[in-house]
Structures are given as C-alpha cells and as structure tokens.
Design a protein around this ligand. Structure first.
Ligand SMILES: Nc1ncnc2c1ncn2[C@@H]1O[C@H](COP(=O)(O)OP(=O)(O)OP(=O)(O)O)[C@@H](O)[C@H]1O
Ligand SMILES: [Mg+2]
Length: 234
C-alpha cells in the first residue's frame, strides 16, 4: 500500500471561453500522504471549492491528472467515478446535512447502505457515534440535536466507510467558536486514532492550529507549506 493517497499532477480548470474565460485552477500539483491533516486556505474566489471539487471527483480538470489511492481518475466514466467516490471519499459539509426524519444512527449508517457492505453496518456506525461522543443521541431524530452534535454526527458519517480521504468544506463555518473548536479537536483525534487523511477547506486558519500542512490558494495557484496567505503575500 502506497504512502501517497492523493496526487494532483498539473491540474488546471478553466471555466468559460474567450473574453469571459476564468482559470480557476492554474497548474496545481501536490501529493498527500496517508494520515495527513491538511488545510486548504485562500481568499474568496481564489479557487478552493474548485480544487475540492477536483479532489472529490465532482468535477474534472481541463488539464492534468487526479490520482486517488493509486488510480488515475480523469479517464473514468460517470458510473465508475460515482462508485469510486463512494468507496474512497467521505464528505463533511458546512451544514451537517443530516436527513431530519431519520435518527442520528440511521444517518450515519446511510453511506454504508449505499455501498451494500456486508459488514455489521449498525455496529460500525454505533461504534463511531460513541467515538464522537454521541452515545446518548444515537436514537434521537436528527432535527432534535444541536448544531455541534449534528456536525459531530456528520463527521461520523464521513468516516463510516473508512474512506481513503475525508473532505470537509468549511465544516465549522456554521458553528460558534467554542463548538467549532470542539469539532476541530474531534476531527484531529479521529485523524490520529484511525490514521485517517483529512483535507479541510476553511477561510478561518485560526480555527485549526497545529495542522500537518497548509495549502494556500492564490489566484488558482497552490502554495504548499505552513504559512498563511498573509505571510506569503507580505
Ligand atoms: N461554474 C463556474 N463557471 C464559471 N466560473 C466559475 C465557476 N465556478 C467557479 N468559477 C470561478 O472560478 C474562480 C474560483 O472559484 P471558487 O468557487 O473555486 O472560489 P473559492 O475559493 O471557493 O471562493 P469562496 O471562498 O468565495 O467560496 C472564481 O473566479 C469563480 O468566479
Ligand atoms: Mg468556495
């Protein structure tokens, strides 16, 4: 098993044509190792969501390659992409996006049911909910829990398939700073305990102290390191 779980090779994404053409990503290359906790930061319009869509196999590059867990994905057809996405990626969004009429447990079990795994789905989901500190909330309806609890459930759901990479787009954007801090701490604990790779897009670098890596996007170009946007442009 290779140590590299994700590699982008010279990825560009161009929207539109002629005068209205926008180069949202401009020759982006990097590699991410198993277990790394990576932040993607950058100002509004810099290309963060476009990059996350590439990594999440939700959109394809105009040029370049996206290699996820050893497989070059840009040549896969739509059906193959969907299957590979379900198998290899977990998603956590800004709003927990739990289905309100299902219980917390049922929400966390969902991705595994889609995949039709033969494992003990309920036990696995229950174990993860205990790990994220929601043992008391397991059988509650999802519209009866708090925002922070919902986001913790969303993290459990993102992890339930044991994906190669968990992708999170502004996972703390909808939370107060204390709750956000707890969610960040939880994600980092899970990353460490399970050697789980996380890639997190945030506009708020300060919510995430001590990450392994920060990739800063400026005008579609990626700068890799631990600096913030301000330090790079200073
Ligand atoms: N579907 C699209 N069609 C045309 N242009 C697009 C499209 N999606 C994004 N863009 C452009 O690409 C650039 C990067 O957009 P992107 O959404 O990736 O930025 P972002 O860093 O996620 O911004 P924000 O922090 O505001 O969410 C912007 O100039 C945007 O206008
Ligand atoms: Mg965005």
């Amino acid at each position: 098993m290779s140590d590299i779980v994700l590699e982008l090779q010279n990825v560009s994404r161009i929207f539109g044509e002629g005068d209205t053409q926008v180069k949202a990503l401009d020759d982006v290359s990097f590699r991410i190792k198993r277990g790394e906790f990576v932040l993607i930061v950058g100002s509004s319009g810099s290309g963060k969501s476009t990059l996350l869509n590439m990594i999440g196999l939700l959109d394809k590059p105009t040029f370049g390659k996206v290699i996820l867990d050893g497989k070059e994905t840009t040549t896969l057809n739509d059906g193959q992409v969907s299957q590979y996405r379900n198998e290899k990626l977990g998603f956590v969004f800004q709003f927990a996006n739990l289905l309100p009429d299902l219980t917390v447990l049922e929400n966390v079990m969902l991705p595994q049911q889609i995949q039709g795994s033969s494992e003990d789905i309920r036990q696995n989901a229950t174990d993860l909910l205990i790990k994220v500190g929601l043992e008391d909330q397991i059988n509650k309806r999802s519209n009866k829990i708090s925002g922070g609890q919902a986001q913790r459930a969303a993290i459990a759901r993102g992890l339930v398939n044991r994906p190669t990479v968990v992708l999170a787009d502004e996972p703390t954007g909808n939370l107060d700073s204390v709750t956000a801090g707890k969610v960040v701490k939880l994600a980092k604990t899970m990353a460490k305990e399970l050697n789980q790779t996380f890639i997190i897009v945030t506009h708020d670098r300060h919510q995430f102290p001590d990450v392994d890596r920060v990739i800063t996007i400026i005008d579609g170009k990626a700068f890799d390191g631990k600096q913030t946007t301000m330090e790079i442009s200073a």
